[in-house]
Design a binder for this molecule. Structure first.
Ligand SMILES: [Zn+2]
Length: 76
């Protein structure tokens, strides 16, 4: 299951969310704020960057679909 990182714009807290299918957090677990945004770096960074290598957002390859919901294959 892919784990995405989100950030609440209200309290500025980052939190991780285990995404099942198209399910996404609608509210912040800390303050209940509804303005949460997914951090785009989470997917490629966590899967490919664990070895210390730098992953460019423009690297593409298998992680080119990070901005879409089709990125479930990128999770651990
Ligand atoms: Zn919050």
């Amino acid at each position: 299951m892919p784990i995405y990182e989100y950030r609440c714009k209200k309290c500025d807290v980052d939190f991780e969310y285990l995404v099942f299918g198209s399910d996404e957090p609608k509210v912040c677990p800390t303050c209940g704020g509804k303005k949460v945004t997914r951090l785009m770096s989470a997917c490629g960074f966590k899967t490919k960057g664990s070895g210390g290598e730098t992953v460019s957002s423009s690297a593409g390859s298998s992680c080119g679909g990070c901005s879409a919901s089709s990125c479930s294959g990128c999770g651990s």
